[in-house]
Design a protein around this ligand. Structure first.
Ligand code: GDP
Length: 494
């Protein structure tokens, strides 16, 4: 039933543009298009992957078009497909669609073209999802992660893991059925090696998820600093547009704004915040509370310090709330004479600890961050044993100085090395991560069974559970209704 009908949709955007493409796919697509197309040749007589010039006609000529014919199975959907290159007016394209419907096609559901490619076996579910990610990619990194996924890298890896699991399961089953020809002596050891290898691969894939999420959704970045330090100016520098209001009056950045910036191929989801300080002003207060909330949610804090003014209680209070965060300190206004005591700033920042121990001291306005919370006066320099290395650069937001240095630091902190980056598989999809998690748990149970010396047939249940979970990623074990749900999130015409 599914494959028997022919679908059509506008494949390009639905705003007027120079040209617009209508895509038709299904057994009858060539025949249906032939009924409304007038050209030198009939489409049915055309070779696959050739184009024809002509007109879409009803009683009158509707548009002058170029039509591309792609025959099954070598098309995006694996079905006969026709693409009509029209002039891009929406009214015009809708008219063409109406004719196609009159001749027997129906409007495609969102994602239905890709769904057909999936059902036709040309791509697996992870590749179909990569198509969607590519369309919505907002940065170079996000795009290259999805292109990698579309090229089948994730599918290959998952298939490899599933084959290993299946082989071991099959061996156990055979040995139980036919002990004369298959021996399980010492098999526990081999199994143990296989299990740790497979589990290791699963963990590696799962670990890429955080990076994948950051790449796809953007690094949530909070710009904080006392009033007039230059937060709005930093935001503008990153956006390279005048988005936020820059002003001399303290506390004018009243609301939190969310903007995206592309910093040398990395996507930052910027959250502009009101200055952190005590205030009686109600409107301002909402902003300050939100700013503190933003620090909590942020993946990265850009701490803007005014280099042309001495450090004060506001700076110290902010430093106290940086606990446990990835922070880049921007000493701003380098174009002005330097007043700030850099040594003092470094000293204060080096006292910021990365564990939650400091919470009771955060925000007291003193440099209490240096002391631990067991009441002793012993300084605690947690950053020595963790990654809470304090990164500090001097910038001039006003003159746009320091953008590249900042980009390099962000890359160093969030993106794995270039060498690893190119052929590393990055998981960016929550659904994939959950499936990997379940597979990993099942493999753990196999390991426990081996360690407990349980008989081999105990392994197979959990091995098959892992096999099934991994199959969700490629779609092999995915129930139809779940597949439908995934495709329903696609955009029209894809
Ligand atoms: P915010 O309150 O932290 O958002 O600070 P603003 O971005 O509104 O900046 C406060 C003032 O400092 C404005 O007058 C800016 O023009 C000025 N300012 C910001 N960055 C720089 C800089 O790099 N150099 C100089 N000379 N002035 C700056």
């Amino acid at each position: 039933m599914y494959k028997s009908d022919t679908i059509c949709a506008i494949a390009t955007g639905t705003t007027g543009s120079g040209i617009g493409i209508i895509r038709v796919s299904g057994d009858r697509s060539i025949e249906i298009c032939d009924r409304i197309f007038a050209g030198k040749k009939r489409l049915a007589e055309m070779e696959t992957f050739t184009a024809a010039y002509g007109h879409i006609v009803d009683s009158d000529v509707i548009d002058e078009v170029v039509v591309l014919v792609m025959k099954a199975p070598h098309s995006y959907t694996t079905e006969d497909t026709v693409e009509i290159d029209c002039h891009g007016g929406l009214f015009l394209m809708e008219k063409v669609l109406k004719l196609l419907i009159r001749e027997g096609a129906r409007i495609a559901e969102p994602g239905e073209f890709t769904k057909r490619a999936y059902l036709g076996g040309r791509i697996d579910m992870s590749e179909a999802e990569a198509v969607m990610d590519m369309i919505s990619a907002e940065s170079d990194r996000a795009l290259s992660a999805s292109v990698g996924q579309l090229s089948g890298r994730l599918r290959e890896k998952i298939t490899e893991l599933r084959e290993k699991i299946l082989y071991d399961t099959a061996y156990i089953e055979s040995a139980l059925d036919d002990p004369e020809n298959y021996s399980l002596d010492g098999f526990g050891e081999k199994m143990s090696d296989d299990v740790s290898e497979i589990s290791g691969e699963i963990v590696k894939l799962m670990e890429s998820f955080d990076e994948g999420r950051l790449v796809k959704e953007g690094i949530r970045t909070a710009i904080i600093g006392k009033p007039n330090a230059g937060k709005s100016s930093v935001l503008n520098m990153l956006l390279m547009e005048e988005r936020a209001i820059v002003t001399d009056i303290e506390g004018t950045t009243r609301d939190t704004l969310e903007e995206y910036a592309r910093l040398n191929g990395i996507l930052l989801k910027l959250i502009d915040t009101a200055g952190i300080r005590e205030t009686d002003d109600k409107v301002e207060k909402i902003g300050v509370e939100r700013a503190e909330e933003n620090i909590k949610d942020a993946d990265l804090i850009l701490f803007v310090v005014d280099g042309a003014r001495p450090l004060d209680v506001n700076d110290r209070r902010i430093i106290g709330s940086l606990t446990g965060k990835k922070v880049i300190t921007l000493i701003n206004k380098e174009d002005l004479p330097v007043v700030i005591d850099r040594g003092e700033l470094e000293e204060l920042l080096s006292g910021v600890q990365v564990s939650e121990l400091n919470d009771t001291y955060a925000g007291t306005g003193k440099s209490d961050a240096k002391y631990n919370d067991n009441g002793s006066d012993q300084p605690v320099y947690y950053n020595e044993k963790t990654d809470n290395k304090h990164r500090m650069i001097t910038i001039s937001a006003k003159e746009g100085q320091g953008r590249d240095e900042l980009a390099a630091l962000v890359k160093e902190m969030f993106i794995s090395g270039e060498a690893r980056g190119n052929d590393q598989i990055i998981i960016s999809n929550e659904r994939h991560k959950n499936a990997l998690h379940d597979a990993g748990e099942a493999m753990k149970r196999v390991k426990d069974s081996i360690d407990d010396g349980l008989p081999e047939d105990f392994y197979t249940i959990d091995l098959m559970a892992a096999y099934e979970s991994l199959g969700l990623i490629t779609g092999e074990t995915l129930a139809d209704d779940l597949a439908d749900k995934i495709f329903a999130e696609f955009c029209m015409g894809k």
